[in-house]
Design a protein around this ligand. Structure first.
Ligand code: HEM
Length: 380
């Protein structure tokens, strides 16, 4: 019994001695570790080394993976595991976002400005060289009905919506560069805020407008052989005495019509994609179809975020090209050509204007008039 107690006491003393020794070693190691950490920091070393390896591998050691390689992968947008349903939250750095931002703030803004301002400059030059296109024979004083109320309603619904969409769109794209230096950030914030609302809602009246225009005018916008001659003669735009044949719409107008239709659909689809993010997958589906047709190099996995990035870039690029085209249309439909505005104003145009620009259409109207009323044209 005594021997057993003696043995237990010896063991206890031994244990205490080992514990004491460990404490001393730990006490000695702590200042050494602190000194090493302080040294690391003074050498500009990132303390995240400690966090990265759970403090297990101090100093310059790499641990199980290279710190540089790890962050490089994160920067490239590698997806980690997360326990929440939104697996995309596992992407710490969305690299595509940076590329998108660079493209939007760089080439898109710069080339977009060239396209729009280039068209303004071209139209100004055309006006200086050619002046206002006059009715060569002078106004006759008699008018012909060209567009009825429904036509003009469809046109002005589309036109007013488009002009507002174009203005608010350009505010959003170039506002920081152009408006803030002039009106200040507060006023710009207010304009951008309401401009965004206007842009969202006017999109719908624009869509209704161009769908109506399509239904009303598609029949008169099918290309025919006269369009080829009209284009070869550049529509007589550069000569006072050349008036190529044309039915209700000439080749130039048909180009505008189809540009509005194709551009309108494109703007509408990409705009809807932007209004309802994460709910449409148009680019994914398009790439899928194109890849099926053998087009190489398209991304197989189009994330909703990439959808948004492609939509904004496409929406803005198509919008800017359309703005340039419509600037030319507005010019020729107002100051650029005597007698043109009346077509969309009162709906009636001067007979001589009509004969010079749409001779075949006048012949059709006359024939109809003879058939229906027994005289060439309703005299007004
Ligand atoms: C805001 C100023 C605008 C003016 C002054 C204007 C003027 C005109 C005029 C006078 C016509 C009739 C031409 C003719 O008798 O043959 C016309 C037709 C037309 N307009 Fe406009 N328009 C404007 C804006 C727009 C906009 C914003 C769009 C579309 C986004 C548009 C699309 C069309 C189309 C597709 C036609 C029929 C084809 C053509 O004549 O080019 N217009 N416009």
């Amino acid at each position: 019994m005594t021997a057993r107690l003696t043995e237990m006491g010896r063991n206890l003393l031994g244990g205490l001695a080992v514990a004491l020794l460990l404490c001393c070693l730990a006490g000695a190691a702590a200042p050494a570790a602190q000194a090493q950490q302080a040294q690391g920091q003074t050498q500009g070393q990132d303390v995240s080394d400690q966090a990265l390896t759970g403090g297990q591998v101090p100093g310059g050691a790499l641990g199980s993976s290279s710190r540089a390689e790890f962050w490089r992968e994160v920067r490239r947008g590698i997806q980690g595991d997360v326990s929440i349903p939104n697996k995309q939250a596992g992407v710490l750095v969305e690299s595509g976002g940076e590329s998108w931002r660079e493209f939007r703030n760089g080439p898109l803004k710069t080339y977009g400005a060239w396209v729009v301002l280039g068209m303004v400059a071209l139209l100004a030059l055309f006006f200086v060289l050619r002046g206002r296109i006059r009715i060569e024979a002078g106004p006759s004083g008699r008018t012909i009905q060209r567009f009825d109320d429904v036509d003009r309603f469809a046109h002005w619904l589309t036109a007013v919506s488009f002009v507002m969409l174009a203005l608010t769109g350009m505010w959003l794209l170039w506002g920081r560069n152009v408006l803030i230096p002039v009106i200040g950030p507060e006023a710009y914030a207010l304009i951008a805020h309401w401009g965004k609302y206007a842009h969202n809602f006017l999109a719908f009246s624009f869509i209704v407008g161009f769908v109506l225009m399509f239904a009303l005018w598609v029949g008169d916008n099918i290309p025919n052989r006269h369009d080829v001659m009209w284009l070869l003669k550049a529509g007589g735009l550069f000569s006072k005495h050349v008036h190529p044949h044309s039915r209700k719409f000439n080749a130039g107008q048909k180009i505008i019509f189809w540009a509005v239709m194709v551009g309108g659909i494109s703007l509408a689809l990409s705009g809807i994609g932007l209004l309802f993010p994460f709910e449409t997958a148009m680019w994914g589906k398009t790439f899928h179809v194109l890849s099926g047709l053998g087009v190489p190099g398209l991304p197989a996995d189009v994330t909703p975020r990439l959808e948004m990035q492609l939509n904004t870039v496409w929406h803005a690029a198509v919008g800017l090209v359309m703005i340039a085209i419509i600037l030319a249309h507005i010019y020729i439909g107002s100051v650029g050509m005597e007698g043109a505005f009346a077509a969309m104003g009162s709906g009636r145009v001067d007979e001589n204007w009509a004969r010079e620009h749409h001779d075949l259409w006048v012949a059709e109207v006359e024939q109809k008039s003879v058939e229906q009323a027994g005289r060439p044209l309703p005299a007004e």
